[in-house]
Design a protein around this ligand. Sequence first.
Ligand code: AR6
Length: 176
Amino acid sequence: MIIGNTRWDVLTADITRCTVEAIVNAANSSLLGGGGVDGAIHRAAGPELLAECRSLGGCPTGEARMTRGYNLPAAHVIHTVGPIWRGGGAGEHDLLANCYRSSLGLVRDHALRSIAFPAISTGIYGFPKDQASLVAASAVRDELAAFPNSFDLILFICFDEDSADIYSRAVEELLG
Ligand code: AR6
């Protein structure tokens, strides 16, 4: 998809291998590492990432914090904390949308142009992928409308083909 100057794509890949300016980490509120994509990012970045994360003092759900990328191909990591799925009535959709907005806000604040997102909250945190993909796509669509030409490349990186199909369909649906 091309929207203004922005290419927006869904890929099946390992986000730790992505050469973009910033990759997003689906972290927890301690920012001190964990399993899933968080564990993979910390392993690939090396121990200096954890040392920098310790200095941040955590992050509330829906917000985001930026660090360097150390041994990653990406120069920066944006750590955001997705909501734990509790059935959908606990503000999960808004909190997940905030993760995408906060992350894109940091990209803009630092004048970066390219970012790769994982499927935040859809692993250990249990958010249903069909709903999470629509939240993600609508949040990005709204940011692109509000801040046109602020980004060159936005990637949704899925770990398997089935997820990539779900996120691709959501992007297509949201863009009509
Ligand atoms: N590249 C891209 N996507 C990946 C990768 C990877 N290397 N590894 C996993 N995924 P999860 P959450 C996908 O569980 O649900 C951690 O312990 C995975 O298939 O990583 O937000 C944190 O510390 C799934 O679709 O994150 C938190 O405690 C997606 O990434 C908690 O897990 C997100 O799955 C956060 O849970």
